[in-house]
Design a protein around this ligand. Structure first.
Ligand code: 0X9
Ligand code: ZN
Length: 444
C-alpha cells in the first residue's frame, strides 16, 4: 500500500445488466501532509501589525485567513522547515496560539469520492462534482421551466460549460435582480454548496414564493469550475485557490479571480508574481474568461441589479466595499452596514453564528475584488462578500451542511425582504412596478 496517501476512485460499469465496481489505487503526494496549521490569536493592534511579518516571501508560510478582531484568529499553514522561524516569532511576540500537526492528513478524502447518484439520488447537503451540479441545474430547468431559465455563458479556460441560473416567478416583469455567485476560489467548497442550496430552496420550497415575488434571482454556483475540479482530483490539490489558466511566460498556473476585476486593479493586497501561490492578480484586469463572464452578467443587467453577493469561505465575515482600501469608506457605507447587520441577525435568529460586519478593506485591503467592481464600476447599490462558516478552515465537513445551509438561507430571505422594501414599493399582483432607482426613490 502507498505509504504517503491513498487515492481511491470507484467506477461503476453497467454491462448487460452486470454491475461491476473497480477500484483504482494510486499514490498522491500531498505537500501539506507534514504542514502544521497554527491559529494565532492577536491581543491588540500591535500584534495584528506584527503578524504582517509572516507574509515575507522567503518563508513558506501560507496565510489561510487574516484576523481582524481580537477574538478571531489568523490561520497559517507552516512547512516543517519553517516551524523554528514561526515558533521563535510566536515567542518574541508573546502570541497566543493553537496548532494542528500533519494538517494535510486530515483532509477527508471521502468528500471527493464520486457519489453513486444513480443509486442514491442527488443530496443537496453533499459536495458534488461540477458535472453533477450542472446536471442538477439542467434537470431543474427542464422540470420547472416556468420558474428556472438557464443562460449559456460560454466555457471556462479548460472548456467547462457555464450557465447562469435565472429564477423568477415572472421572467418578463423586469424585477430588481439579486445576483449571487460562488466558487471563484476553488477550495472554498461550502460556497457552491450554499449557492446550490439557495437555488434548491427558491425552486422547491412553496414558501419561497415570497422571496420570488418582486425580485429575480440570478445565481452562478461555480465561477471557477476548473479550479474546483482541480481541488477534487487529489488530496495534493485540495487547497488550490486560483483559476487554472496557464501563464504565457512561465510554467505557472492560475490567477486569483478575486484580484482580477477591473476596478482599482492591483493597487493593494495582490501579488504580481504569476507563480505566487495565492493572490496573483493576473497579467491585466479581466484576463480570466471566468471573471469576464461575471463582469458581463453585471454590465448587461446593471440597471436592475440591486444586490450582489459573492459567496466565499471562511471566517463568518460579511464585508462590503471598499475592499481595495481600509483608509476610508464609501459615502453610502451606513446603508451597506445596516443591511449586513439585518442579514447577520436573521442568520443568528435561525441558530447560526452572527457575521463580523465591516468594510472588506478594514479587514485587510485587497484590490480587484468582484464586490468593489459591482459597487464601484457597475453601480450595484448593495454589494457584499460573504465568508461562510468558521472553524474547520477550508475543509468544512459535509455532515454539517444540513445544519448551516438552512441558517444562511434565512440571511438571503432577509436580503430579499430589504431589497423589495427599497426597490419595489408597489406591486401589481406579483409584479414589482417600480424598478428604476429614480422611481423607487420618489416612492420610498
Ligand atoms: O481575499 C479575498 O479574496 C476574500 N477572502 S478569502 O479568504 N475568501 O479569499 C475577501 C475579499 C473581500 N473583498 C475585497 N477585498 N474586495
Ligand atoms: Zn474566497
Amino acid at each position: 500500500m502507498c505509504l504517503k496517501s491513498l487515492k481511491i476512485t470507484n467506477w461503476i460499469v453497467f454491462y448487460f445488466g452486470l454491475v461491476g465496481l473497480f477500484w483504482q489505487v494510486e499514490c498522491v503526494d500531498n505537500k501539506y501532509d507534514n504542514y502544521t496549521l497554527i491559529k494565532l490569536y492577536p491581543n491588540g493592534i500591535q500584534q495584528i501589525e506584527a503578524l504582517k511579518y509572516l507574509e515575507v516571501p522567503e518563508h513558506e508560510v501560507e496565510i489561510l485567513k487574516k484576523s481582524r478582531s481580537f477574538n478571531d484568529s489568523t490561520d497559517i499553514l507552516v512547512s516543517p522547515n519553517d516551524i523554528p522561524f514561526v515558533k521563535q516569532f510566536i515567542k518574541d511576540e508573546s502570541l497566543i496560539y493553537e496548532l494542528k500537526r500533519n494538517y494535510g492528513r486530515m483532509f477527508e478524502s471521502v468528500e471527493r469520492t464520486p457519489k453513486r447518484r444513480i443509486l442514491r439520488g442527488f443530496s443537496i447537503y453533499e459536495y458534488h462534482s461540477f458535472s453533477a451540479i450542472q446536471e442538477y441545474i439542467d434537470n431543474l430547468a427542464k422540470r420547472q421551466s416556468d420558474l428556472v431559465k438557464l443562460q449559456n455563458l460560454g466555457t471556462s479556460y479548460q472548456g467547462r460549460r457555464m450557465k447562469l441560473v435565472k429564477i423568477s416567478s415572472d421572467h418578463s416583469a423586469q424585477n430588481p435582480i439579486i445576483f449571487v455567485d460562488a466558487g471563484i476560489h476553488a477550495r472554498e467548497w461550502v460556497a457552491p454548496a450554499m449557492a446550490l442550496y439557495l437555488i434548491h430552496r427558491l425552486v422547491n420550497d412553496p414558501d419561497a414564493r415570497k422571496e420570488l415575488d418582486g425580485v429575480d434571482w440570478y445565481i452562478l454556483p461555480v465561477v471557477n469550475p476548473d479550479g474546483y475540479e482541480y481541488t477534487r482530483t487529489s488530496r495534493a490539490n485540495r487547497l488550490w485557490r486560483k483559476t487554472r489558466s496557464k501563464n504565457s511566460q512561465f510554467e505557472c498556473f492560475g490567477v486569483d479571480g478575486n484580484r482580477n476585476y477591473g476596478f482599482k486593479w492591483a493597487v493593494s493586497g495582490v501579488s504580481t508574481n504569476p507563480c505566487d501561490k495565492e493572490t496573483y492578480a493576473g497579467p491585466k484586469p479581466f484576463s480570466e474568461v471566468e471573471t469576464q463572464m461575471v463582469r458581463n452578467i453585471m454590465m448587461e443587467n446593471s440597471k436592475r441589479m440591486k444586490l450582489y453577493v459573492s459567496l466565499h469561505s471562511y471566517g463568518q465575515y460579511l464585508v462590503y466595499p471598499w475592499g481595495y482600501t481600509g483608509d476610508f469608506l464609501p459615502k453610502e457605507w451606513k446603508r451597506l452596514d445596516t443591511m449586513a447587520r439585518i442579514v447577520s441577525d436573521a442568520v443568528q435568529k435561525a441558530g447560526g453564528q452572527p457575521f463580523k460586519v465591516l468594510s472588506a478593506g478594514k479587514w485587510y485591503a485587497a484590490a480587484g475584488g468582484s464586490d468593489d467592481f459591482a459597487f464601484g464600476a457597475v453601480g450595484v447599490p448593495y454589494s457584499y462578500t460573504m465568508e461562510l462558516t468558521n472553524g474547520f478552515e477550508f475543509i468544512y465537513p459535509e455532515r454539517l451542511l444540513r445544519v448551516v445551509l438552512p441558517q444562511y438561507y434565512e440571511g438571503f430571505r432577509a436580503f430579499a425582504t430589504q431589497i423589495k422594501k427599497e426597490f419595489c414599493s408597489k406591486y401589481i399582483g406579483h409584479r414589482c412596478k417600480n424598478n428604476s432607482p429614480e422611481e423607487s426613490e420618489t416612492n420610498s
